[in-house]
Design a protein around this ligand. Structure first.
Ligand code: FAD
Length: 382
């Protein structure tokens, strides 16, 4: 039996980031079912940092994470975590009104976003079809994000602070007696007064094991695939191109293009795989907007983006179960918000409130805590 201060269930970006922050003050054990911590959603993302995507809470958390990503602590990673990319959001003629609204919303939080002349977008990305592209705007500070560098930096840093990361350790049973949680896994038994649920798509499953009511998490499958760069074109400097109707996006990815049909198919928590039809839809939408004809898909994959009912993440103690802390519902934004989410989670573990710099951005405990998703009769403050 291993005794510790905090047990973290899940070794994806959420669990790794929280382990890094919490281990500055507490003994931590991370329990990860798979042989590799990034096996599920964390290892399957589009590796993009944009401040203009997701609910207002998500955007604020991304803004609050930017400083760490731009200048991680000394020794965290031996190369930059962010790389300049830029992002152009495009619209067809029938999407003009939608684009105008999206631009208004975007600029209210991210003033650096500017309207862009479609001719300029085509000059930057010559495959865009002039008869498709009617309007667009540009986010200059959108970046490529080194997901593995961030994830491994969190894990390495947590280990250096004394945390234990146990892979092949599936949590099977969770009991609470007095002030202590006892967690039975395929790698032994662990006890701690606090448990953090960072189980991604399995967040409600892990809560149920602990006798905590679910919060209605919904995993949604998203597909991505790589295709070779168009013949004779240098694509490395292309920005990410995103459709304002969330129908597809594409960006350079290690010498190839990464394309996604931006699907969001409800799924059970599982090891997601790509459906050929979703890949075909992505290729078709790409072909409508650009002169690229997809001849060969070099790799395709799918992952789960897991959402709380209101689309914002959930971090905070559960009022019904002392010492049980949620860290779930990161949707399609868990990498870019990981730094702020981890710091908030660590503050809750220490019994503190949201860190001041994040609070100053307008993120409150009510925006993030599980109580907002529960009927009033179950909310802890009632
Ligand atoms: C195609 C795609 C594109 C994306 N693009 C971006 C992007 O550009 N930018 C961005 O910020 N985000 C993006 N995301 C979202 C991002 O990947 C997720 O929000 C993030 O990875 C969630 O991290 P997590 O740690 O919560 O989940 P996961 O990485 O899934 O980790 C949860 C872990 O918990 C473990 N676990 C579950 N149950 C148990 C148990 N009983 N015992 C032990 N361990 C358990 C699992 O094995 C898993 O490893 C994208 C996602 C997808 C699928």
């Amino acid at each position: 039996m291993v005794e510790t201060d905090v047990i973290l269930v899940g070794g994806g970006i959420a669990g790794a980031g929280a382990a890094y922050e919490i281990s500055a003050s507490h003994r931590v054990v991370v329990l990860e079912r798979e042989a590799q911590c990034g096996y599920h959603s964390t290892g399957r993302s589009a590796a993009s940092f944009t401040e203009n995507y997701g609910t207002a809470t998500i955007r604020r958390l991304a803004l609050a994470s930017r400083g760490f990503l731009a200048e991680p602590p000394k020794g965290f990673c031996d190369h930059p975590l962010l790389g300049r990319r830029g992002m152009i959001t495009i619209a067809r003629a029938d999407q003009r009104e939608r684009l105008a609204k999206a631009l208004d919303t975007a600029r209210s939080l991210v003033p650096s976003i500017v309207p862009l002349d479609p001719a300029e977008a085509i000059a930057r990305v010559p495959v865009l079809r002039p008869d498709y592209l009617a309007a667009c705007f540009f986010e200059p500070n959108s970046m490529d994000l080194d997901v593995d560098g961030l994830h491994q930096g969190f894990l390495r840093g947590a280990r250096a602070r004394g945390a234990t990361i146990r892979t092949n350790a599936e949590v099977r049973e969770i009991r609470r007696a007095g002030d202590l949680w006892t967690v039975e896994t395929t790698a032994g038994i662990f006890t701690a007064p606090r448990i953090v649920n960072a189980a991604g798509a399995w967040g409600d499953v892990v809560a149920a094991m602990a006798g905590v009511a679910p919060i209605g998490l919904q995993p949604k499958r998203r597909t991505a695939f790589n295709i070779p760069a168009p013949d004779g074109m240098s694509i490395s400097g292309w920005p990410l191109i995103d459709d304002v109707g969330a129908e597809f996006y594409f960006k350079p990815d290690a010498g190839q293009l990464l394309v996604s049909p931006a699907d969001a198919t409800p799924s059970e928590p599982m090891d997601a795989w790509p459906d050929d039809m979703d890949v075909a839809i992505g290729a078709d939408r790409l072909g409508q907007a650009t002169t690229i004809e997809v001849q060969r898909v070099s790799r395709s994959w799918a992952g789960l983006r897991t959402f709380a009912p209101d689309g914002s993440p959930v971090v905070g103690p559960d009022g019904s179960a002392p010492g049980f802390i949620w860290l779930v519902g990161q949707g399609g934004y868990g990498i870019k918000t990981a730094s702020a989410m981890s710091r908030i989670c660590a503050a809750f573990v220490r019994g503190e409130g949201i860190p001041g710099d994040i609070l100053d951005r307008g993120v409150t405990e009510a925006d993030l805590g599980p109580a907002r998703l529960r009927p009033a009769s179950q909310a802890p403050h009632v």
